[in-house]
Design a protein around this ligand. Structure first.
Ligand code: HEC
Ligand code: HEC
Length: 724
């Protein structure tokens, strides 16, 4: 019997998704014949005209790449990888080289369309790699060129809910229900990972069903006491009528219960079609599985409607002159809501959508402002953006030996960094610049006051005891309660005021914050390479190819050498082609040790002194260290903003230089764009990006203004229907 009910449930899922948005987002792959026709029609002449002079068979082909003989059937050959390179080069406008005549837009589009179609047909999903891997590979110059004329191409789509949204949904709708499982793990550090594909596989479905049944069980909990029906806890009246054995449910009562469940779960009434479908499902389930089970499974089926796990951004109405449709009002309400919040949209927002308030950009802007200003509307996604962008939350993942420095407390450092971001957001002026250069810091802001008091008391008590019994306490030292977290910041004690000012020659902004420095460190040393990679990608908008699997990515184990000396292995010609993008932009943070403490010297092993460090019997007494001058010299190269180029020495001057660059600001905006759009930017987003950047400038660097501009941009509001 159980099996048959599950079948009913599964049927409900299929039923519910049939003809829905999920189907709309699915293109059908083309056939091999169609693919080959396109290849002959568009690609062969393109290569002959623009590429064959260098990638032909006559002379020594450039990059050992012969394009004319590259197999156009990506399924049977290993050519897909090379076609992916061609796609990259052509999309990025890198090939043919600058001094050659440019292919027309139509030529490029036809080639790109064919490569993508053939990849899809052959199942070589390199297109996705290209997309998700790196938004930075879209040429910056074209995105911020006011003359940029690429067609708007934000495709209609269906997105799966983020783990955070589903988590909040379970908290709200499944309040007090135990044993609910998170189907979309992991929560947190999903760096720009909202871009995931909208696939729901079997294990996920099983969890969704379990959660639904657990919640419904609680929604319909009851007992029979001396023949009397008694509900347990909060059971909606409409559900009571269905499970009370003393009542024979009418169609009206079933409708009412289904309506209630729809409003709880998907925040809307069922359509007439759905009402009818769920009524007959309920009748059938009751017949198959008995009253209570039948009712429960049918109410649970509401949790399996596609919109519980998917967000559709398909739009409605006729396409405009540019071939775009605006998101439907309800889609837009959800999109705006989830741009800032994890919880289901408040009813006022859905009301505004229904009343047509979101039909104009002014209306959308007013609504976003209302959300931003409403303290009751929680907006965790704003802070989360900064966490994902800077990634300082990873500090807890780096193991540190407490014996080496017992003031270290990664959790506290992260909370301090969060608070600093919030503080800068509260001021809301030149937000990026401030985040990169502020001298302010919160120092164990949650516990500092308390710890200080406890320490004063402990000192007092110690002194008193010492007075009473001087002999006993003569050789005792006082052990202070709490950790000396302030030492991470280079202070002598917890500050009296929060935020406090840090020495301006030592610290400037989040990249010199101990949380960030620890997040980008190893257990017992700095991590120049990953710091450099972060700067290269997140501030300089660059691309570093993935480390090849054939490389043994390890520095030599030479504790008697400085980190810089050990990094020499990455300067071999082969390694340097990638490491030139990371190493020099990572070195300036050598101003700090791996706990994030400011330093002037680096500690290395002294082998001779260690060899001599023996007791009378010649037994080794342990390593002896020595200090050498810390070298924080680095430099910036390979950036379009030439004013940034040149040597730098030390982190403070370095981040100040970066913070002043308009180019860096634009790269930051590109990342914000990715986060809030849940996809990488494309050339078709140039207008939106420029509008957002202008607003940010004109509003004196206000994050609120930036968010309003983002959520009222064409890229947010419009979609090009699939098939166009
Ligand atoms: C004037 C000569 C010239 C023309 C024309 C030319 N290329 Fe190239 N191509 C090169 C050279 C040189 C390299 C290797 C050095 C480099 O990457 O810049 C290269 C490298 C490549 C690579 C390999 C890149 C990598 O990362 O390994 C691809 C792919 C490529 N070209 C595609 C094309 C395509 C497609 C066209 C036509 C649209 C084209 N090239 C036209 C000279 C040319
Ligand atoms: C194609 C690009 C590329 C090449 C070539 C390359 N690397 Fe790397 N390397 C990277 C990237 C990217 C990272 C950062 C890896 C990551 O994201 O974890 C890295 C990281 C490293 C690390 C740090 C690993 C860690 O765990 O922190 C070392 C050490 C290293 N590379 C050494 C080398 C050496 C030695 C060579 C040459 C033999 C080399 N790499 C060649 C791209 C490259």
């Amino acid at each position: 019997m159980f099996g048959s009910v599950i079948r009913v449930l599964a049927a409900a899922v299929l039923l519910c998704s049939a003809g829905s948005v999920v189907a709309a987002a699915d293109h059908k792959p083309i056939t091999l014949e169609a693919s080959q026709d396109l290849y002959k029609k568009h690609v062969v002449p393109f290569i002959a005209k623009h590429c064959a002079s260098c990638h032909g068979t006559e002379k020594k082909p450039k990059a050992d790449l012969v394009l004319a003989t590259l197999d156009p059937d990506m399924k049977v050959s290993s050519s897909a990888g090379r076609w992916a390179l061609v796609l990259d080069q052509v999309v990025m406008d890198e090939m043919p080289p600058d001094d050659k005549p440019r292919p027309t837009k139509a030529e490029v589009e036809a080639v790109v369309a064919w490569i993508k179609a053939e990849m899809k047909r052959s199942g070589k999903n390199l297109e996705r790699r290209e997309q998700v891997r790196n938004g930075n590979s879209v040429p910056h110059r074209l995105l911020f060129d006011p003359k940029s004329a690429a067609a708007f191409d934000a495709a209609s789509r269906v997105r799966r809910l983020s783990p955070e949204i589903y988590e909040a949904f379970m908290r709200d709708v499944g309040k007090g229900v135990n044993g609910l499982g998170q189907p979309f793990s992991p929560v947190g550090y999903t760096t720009f990972a909202d871009m995931g594909s909208p696939k729901i596989d079997e294990p996920i479905t099983a969890l969704l069903i379990n959660n639904a049944l657990a919640i419904v069980k609680k929604q319909t909990a009851f007992k029979i006491e001396s023949g009397e029906f008694k509900k347990i806890g909060f059971v909606p009246r409409e559900f009571e009528a269905l499970i009370d054995p003393g009542n024979e449910p009418t169609d009206e009562q079933i409708h009412a219960a289904i309506r209630t469940q729809f409003e709880k779960v998907v925040k809307r009434k069922p359509t007439d079609e759905e009402a009818g479908r769920f009524l007959s499902l309920m009748r059938q389930n009751i017949k198959d599985a008995g009253r209570v089970t039948g009712v429960r499974y049918t109410l649970a089926a509401v949790f399996l409607l596609p919109e519980v796990v998917f967000r559709s951004e398909v739009g409605d109405g006729k396409p405009d002159a540019l071939g775009r449709v605006r998101l439907a009002p309800r889609e837009l309400a959800f999109a705006l809501n989830y741009a800032l919040s994890d919880r289901q949209p408040p009813s006022w927002l859905l009301d505004e959508a229904a009343k047509g308030k979101l039909d104009t950009n002014e209306g959308v802007a007013a609504t976003v402002k209302r959300m931003l200003d409403d303290p009751k509307f929680t907006k965790p996604r704003i802070l989360r953006f900064f966490r994902e962008y800077f990634e300082y939350g990873k500090a807890t993942e780096v193991f540190k030996d407490a014996k080496a420095f017992n003031g270290h407390d990664a959790r506290t450092l992260i909370a301090d960094a969060d608070r600093l971001v919030e503080h800068v957001l509260e001021q809301d002026r030149q937000v990026l610049f401030e985040l990169l250069t502020t001298r302010k810091a919160f120092v164990a802001y949650r516990t500092a006051e308390d710890t200080k008091k406890k320490r004063i008391e402990a000192r007092k008590k110690f002194e008193e005891q010492k007075k009473k019994d001087p002999k006993k306490y003569a050789n005792k030292t006082l052990k202070l309660p709490g950790r000396s977290i302030y030492e991470s910041y280079g202070l002598d004690d917890f500050p009296d005021k929060q935020p406090t000012d840090l020495p301006g020659d030592q610290r400037a902004g989040l990249l010199t914050h101990p949380a960030w420095l620890v997040a980008f460190s190893k257990a017992d040393e700095n991590d120049v390479i990953h710091r450099g990679k972060w700067v290269r990608e997140r501030l300089l908008g660059g691309v570093v190819p993935d480390v090849p699997i054939t490389v043994d990515a390890q520095l030599p184990n030479e504790p008697h050498h400085t980190l810089r000396k050990r990094m020499r292995v990455t300067e071999e010609t082969y390694c340097w082609q990638c490491h030139q993008y990371m190493n020099r932009v990572g070195y300036p943070f050598e101003s700090y040790d791996h706990f994030g403490r400011f330093r002037k010297t680096e500690t290395i092993l002294d082998p001779e002194a260690t060899a001599k460090n023996v007791d009378k019997k010649g037994k080794q007494l342990g390593p002896v260290m020595r200090e050498v001058e810390a070298n924080a010299k680095g430099g910036i190269e390979f950036v379009p903003d030439k004013s940034l180029e040149g040597d730098v020495d030390g982190a403070v001057a370095y981040v100040e230089k970066l913070a002043k660059s308009e180019y860096v600001e634009q790269v930051f905006i590109r990342h914000a764009f990715r986060y809030w759009m849940g996809r990488n930017e494309s050339l078709g987003d140039a207008k939106s990006l420029q509008a957002i950047h202008n607003t940010y400038n004109e509003s004196d660097g206000s994050m609120k203004a930036l968010i309003v501009a983002m959520l009222t941009s064409d890229s947010f509001l419009y979609r090009v229907p699939s098939g166009n």
